[in-house]
Design a protein around this ligand. Sequence first.
Ligand code: FAD
Length: 379
Amino acid sequence: MMDHFDVAVVGAGPAGGYCAYLLAKKGLSVLLLEKDRLTRYKACGGGIPSKVVSNIEFDVSEALEVRTEGAYIAYDIDDFITIAPENSVGWMVMRDRFDSLIVNEAGKKGVTVLEGTEMRGIEETPSRCTVRTNHGSFHASFVVGADGANSTVAKIIDHSRSIRKGIAISAEIYVPDKKFEKQGPYSTFDFGVVPKGYAWIFPKSDHLSIGMYSMLWSMPDIRKRLFDYIEKNPILRDYESISVHGHPIPLGRSRKSYGSNRIYLVGDAGGITDPFFGEGIYFAIESAKIAAKSIIDRLVEYGNIKTYTKDINEKLGRDLDYSYLMARFFYYNLRLSFSHIVRNTHINSIFTKLIRGDIGHKQCFYRSMVRLVTCLSRG
Ligand SMILES: Cc1cc2nc3c(=O)[nH]c(=O)nc-3n(C[C@H](O)[C@H](O)[C@H](O)COP(=O)(O)OP(=O)(O)OC[C@H]3O[C@@H](n4cnc5c(N)ncnc54)[C@H](O)[C@@H]3O)c2cc1C
């Protein structure tokens, strides 16, 4: 095997897989390193907005499990409203199948995929990078760090210190048929059961993915809270089997830098994740696109890590800043938010548009604020 590549991508999640695909499609030699064996389980709700499906160049329909028709928005299980927009807001995927599909497409474009290969160190010089792994060393002109929320690449370039994190825990849960049918193609978001966050129930083809997200990093009792929620919830209690997994979620904001001279950070590794919902797949795909374009431009002598940072902040970072503002307001005034935002049909339709991808976070913020102020001033 060759030992010098144009780009070495570390991590085969959606950010790494898609970035590798785009780079190889343009004729670059690309090495994709993944420490696990594919197909691997990934702790994730697997809820993706419709815009993810339309923004990916190839067909991902094989990995789509359920089209979501609407949502139950709840405050502590019993107090809830149903939102059933005319058009579906998104899809449910299982990450093992979704991520593998992307990596397979990358492989078809000529990417060298090394599974079970863990990146253990990177030496960056002005002209190239050397990537050390458990299976030897490789050289590359550029490295893309796509190794997730606990990114080693980000630690190596000292980027991870600036990333604040929340926590999420998820479980795959099998319930009796009648209960599964009762949930139907609807997602549940329950804002009354975990501080500064929410619990979710997402329908998959033969089971439910459930979990909790909180903006608070320190939540030692989150697992207990999840099991309390299961016991209190008539759909979930009496489950037949369950497996629980937890993982940090970066609280995305615009940042001073998303890399170093020859190292680009994408997706969770760059802290590019929506702090309101804890949703990161859309941002993984979008940052992968921006990184791929930036590296390709650079090979024809245009741009550098500063232009990449500027592009990320302009195209994604501003939205993340507004998302952070909304999250701070929403979760820190939860009672008011539930009565005046969730229960307000105008505002919840604005959020539906946001989730579907029809509007960005900035528009969502201003439109919701205008509605909220109008509503509060009328008493
Ligand atoms: C419980 C939970 C629920 C979530 N639910 C949703 C949801 O419903 N919708 C949504 O959009 N987002 C959700 N997210 C967020 C979403 O999972 C992430 O934002 C997304 O996975 C980021 O993709 P990524 O490619 O950047 O990183 P990842 O998907 O984390 O992929 C990183 C990859 O790098 C590999 N890796 C790590 N270190 C190394 C190394 N040293 N060498 C080689 N390989 C390495 C890992 O094995 C992994 O395959 C959830 C997150 C959690 C924790």
